[in-house]
Write a protein that binds this ligand. Structure first.
Ligand code: PMP
Length: 430
């Protein structure tokens, strides 16, 4: 029973657009009322009706060590007691910047912002200022937040809601965003050749997460690096999802490819509103107040957010076993789910990288936007709701990745696999 959630959703719709403050959390693509939450600990969410769920959303990424992670809570409480914001420098900002530099060695300088959107928006402004060029290349189905330049063939909520380009984005802005196919170097080459000398930046989710989890094909990221070098284009890795998740040093470390600029969000703020962009000194030096590219924020580097992020990143840095454990847990879940779907003759393509995993109900290997779209969305809807009834909270869209947390125990993973078994049977019978 989710009676209270349903009542709150009705009430919310009277004062908040669609009843939610971000579309990805609405149940638009699966139908029904979103669940309203009360509290969470580790991997267990409790909703306002007292139901418990095993969490695979993890606030869309930040909760890599689970909810209510003690060091984060303590850091926030201690810091809040000294003031929630100064709008002036604090030492913790330096500590976070220095720690990120240790974890991601090719980041020379880093600037804090308040969301992944701001990070990506600022990174392309910096790339444009640095190169003196206007155009940017992105990939179909990749999502980089809701800044105008990126709301062109975007993923995540924009993809699920079928609004690949949003009204309100001007034609002028749209013409400077060129779209290539993920995992297809030829499409990138073609665009670069046709726009020689005009492209400032190429931005990519090195592991796509916003059309479901899609790993880069072997050689894809290296190929992008080579093409960007050949055409003097700033290579931006959007590591808002993958940063500090698929390795300490994110996708750059995992795939051994250095970007020029990197954007972060989610884990870097441990669930508080933080984003960041950083990279090579030479490029970052164009950022205000050193350089002419303006970028600012009243609450940027907020002490609560920095203290929370520092607590989480320090743990990940000093105890890298978390990554091995996450990898093992994801492999276990992958094997369990694969068996379940095979036993029920359900065609699936399951993609995973590190602690990100997505189940696509399709026979096709999912490598890009087009193949992601072959997933059986009707079956997903039924499966999603059955999983919810069986106590598993999945991302409410077939085009999102599950984020595993190290608070998941073997018992919880087994319960999840059992729930998947019951849920797919129910979904097939409906
Ligand atoms: N980039 C990527 C890869 C993302 O997944 C997201 C959000 N899911 C963003 C950017 C935007 O971040 P935010 O929602 O914090 O603005």
């Amino acid at each position: 029973m989710i009676e209270t959630s349903e009542k709150l959703f009705e009430q919310a719709q009277k004062s908040i657009p669609g009843g939610v403050n971000s579309p990805a959390r609405a149940f638009n693509s699966v139908g029904g009322s979103p669940v309203f939450f009360e509290k969470a600990e580790g991997s267990i969410l409790t909703d306002v009706d007292g139901n418990e769920y095993i969490d695979y959303v993890g606030s869309w990424g930040p909760m890599i060590l689970g909810h209510s992670y003690e060091p984060v809570i303590e850091a926030v409480q201690e810091t809040a007691a000294k003031s929630t914001s100064f709008g002036a420098p604090t030492e913790i900002e330096i500590k976070v910047a220095e720690l990120v530099k240790k974890m991601v060695p090719n980041v020379d300088k880093i600037r804090m912002v308040n969301s992944g959107t701001e990070a990506c928006m600022s990174a392309i402004r910096v790339a444009r200022g640095y190169t003196g060029r206007d155009k940017v290349i992105k990939f179909e189905g990749n999502y980089h937040g809701h800044a105008d330049s990126f709301l062109i063939n975007a993923g995540s909520g924009a993809l699920t809601l079928g609004q690949p380009s949003s009204p309100g984005v001007t034609k002028g802005t749209a013409k400077d965003t060129l779209t290539a196919n993920f995992n297809d170097l030829h499409s990138v080459k073609k665009i670069l050749n046709e726009n020689e000398g005009e492209v400032a930046a190429l931005v990519v989710e090195p592991v796509a997460g916003n059309m479901g989890c899609i790993p880069p094909k072997k050689g894809f990221l290296d190929g992008l690096r080579e093409l960007c070098d050949a055409h003097d284009v700033v290579l931006i890795f959007d590591e808002v999802m993958t940063g500090f998740r698929i390795a300490q040093g994110g996708a750059q470390q995992r795939y051994g490819v250095d970007a020029d600029l990197v954007t972060y969000g989610k884990i870097i703020g441990a669930g508080l509103p933080v984003g960041a962009f950083g990279g090579r000194q030479e490029i970052m030096d164009v950022v205000s107040p050193v350089g002419p590219v303006y970028q600012a924020g009243t609450l940027s580097g907020n002490p609560l957010a920095m203290a929370a992020g520092y607590a989480l990143l320090s743990e990940l840095h000093t105890n890298p076993h978390h990554y091995d454990e996450l990898e093992e847990k994801t492999t276990y879940l992958f094997a369990g789910l694969k068996d379940v779907f095979q036993n029920h003759d359900v065609p699936v393509s399951i993609n995973r990288v590190g602690s990100m995993i997505s189940v696509f109900f399709t026979e096709e290997e999912v490598v890009d936007f087009e193949t992601a779209n072959t997933t059986d969305q009707e079956l997903f809807k039924k499966y999603f709701h059955a999983m919810l009834e069986n106590g598993v909270y999945l991302p409410p869209s077939p085009f999102e990745a599950l984020f595993l947390a190290n608070s998941l125990t073997e018992e919880l993973l087994d319960k999840t696999i059992e729930a998947a078994d019951k849920s797919i049977q129910k979904a097939l019978a409906e």
